[in-house]
Design a protein around this ligand. Structure first.
Ligand SMILES: NC(=O)c1ccc[n+]([C@@H]2O[C@H](COP(=O)([O-])OP(=O)(O)OC[C@H]3O[C@@H](n4cnc5c(N)ncnc54)[C@H](O)[C@@H]3O)[C@@H](O)[C@H]2O)c1
Length: 350
């Protein structure tokens, strides 16, 4: 099989490259290291590309920008892939307001470029879009909550399993990032429904893994490890530090892609996070990280929450599991923390 992965030097893209290349497929990775432009040195993905070039067989790196329409049309037509896994994005909720053109041009227009390139050049290909839970805007913040010593949780029994795909994406505050991702998300669904392309949309919760070029504005778990280890100051914004996210390891994200590619359901949408079992608050994360590293995080608390930030979010995985019964979370929240701690220790020795 030939697979195109966009954002191939990013967290999810790199995991997809390693996975599909280890299965003997040829993988074409499109990435121009725009993450460095977005997040500065912390976001530089050069080391991830070097790792892929060393470890991934049959991997072809293409240093192109997905905003370059002609280039995308040409690459997809030339490669004629069996699958496209689209992970390139401006991924930060907070940063988007500072770079509105780059955000929309990458997230929305870049996605359109790839969808249209697929329709023209590889109409049989399976097309996967990595979308986000921010398409639901701050709607989840209207759910009644209960306060626990270190976390919030849903009080409303309708959300005992988390947020489902039926949750409204309308009439809420999204951030410019959430809005550009909604455009991509709906466009991808439309190419499935209108043109019959084999598209699938995965709305990510908190995606995590040790290959993240973690920056303060994106990749929070990896970044807290980095901050605790290097003694960098860290600020918690609002909600008493009890805000909850569901962490899913990048390897489990890619397992879901694998199942979809084997049996695509055109135009479908799935929430994809760690679910309730892998949900964790910032305060709980800090406590665990401090225990694992034996270091204190130098943090301060600001009353002001990030605009539109979710207070409590975890994904209802039941739709995905009902369509793909083989899907399960294989990396528990404990194993994710332990992997980060090991990687932090190894990086010190290296
Ligand atoms: N990490 C998370 O917690 C999370 C949560 C929900 C959804 N998502 C979504 O999942 C996808 C992957 O996220 P990630 O964490 O791997 O992001 P990432 O920033 O680690 O990876 C994205 C990659 O895309 C590249 N890129 C960005 N703009 C580009 C452009 N115009 N042309 C070519 N390459 C470009 C970047 O250089 C980077 O390597 C994104 O769509 C993101 O919105 C991520």
């Amino acid at each position: 099989m030939k697979v195109i992965v966009t954002g191939s030097s990013g967290l999810i893209g790199a995991e997809a490259v390693l996975h599909f290349s280890s299965q003997g497929h040829t993988v074409y990775g499109i990435d121009n290291n725009l993450r460095k432009f977005f997040f500065g040195e912390d976001g530089d993905t050069t080391h991830v590309l070097a790792m892929l070039q060393e470890r991934a067989e049959r991997f072809v790196h293409i240093d192109k920008d997905i905003r370059d329409r002609e280039a995308m049309l040409e690459i997809v037509a030339e490669v004629a892939p069996d699958a496209i896994i689209h992970c390139a994005a401006q991924p930060s909720h907070d940063l988007a307001a500072r770079v509105p053109f780059e955000d929309f041009d990458t997230n929305a227009v870049g996605t359109l470029n790839l969808l249209e390139a697929t329709r023209r050049g590889a109409p049989e290909a399976v097309f996967i879009l990595m979308s986000t839970n921010k398409v639901y805007g701050d709607g989840p913040n209207r759910i009644e909550l209960t306060e626990h010593p270190a976390r919030w949780d849903y009080a409303d029994p309708r959300y005992v399993h988390g947020i489902a795909e039926t949750f409204s994406i309308d009439q809420s505050l999204h951030s410019l990032f959430g809005a550009s991702k909604v455009a991509a998300d709906v466009m991808c669904q439309e190419y499935g429904r209108y043109f019959g392309l084999r598209t699938g949309v995965f709305r990510g919760g908190c995606l995590t893994g040790v290959n993240h070029a973690a920056a303060e504005l994106h990749g929070y778990l990896a970044y807290i490890f980095k901050a605790a280890d290097e003694g960098r100051p860290y600020t918690i914004y609002g909600y008493k530090g009890k805000q909850v996210r569901d962490q899913i390891h990048s390897a489990d994200v890619v397992r879901a892609f694998d199942l979809f590619i084997a049996k695509p359901r055109p135009g479908e949408v799935y929430n994809l996070g760690g679910g309730k079992a892998n949900s964790v608050s910032i305060l709980e994360s800090i406590e665990r990280i401090e225990q694992l590293l034996g270091k204190r995080l130098n943090y301060t608390y600001s009353e002001d929450n990030r605009i539109g930030d979710h207070v409590c979010y975890y994904s209802d995985l039941r739709k995905l599991q009902s369509h793909y019964p083989d899907f399960q979370i294989t990396r528990s929240i404990d194993s994710i923390f332990e992997e980060f701690a090991r990687a932090t220790r190894v990086a010190k020795v290296a």
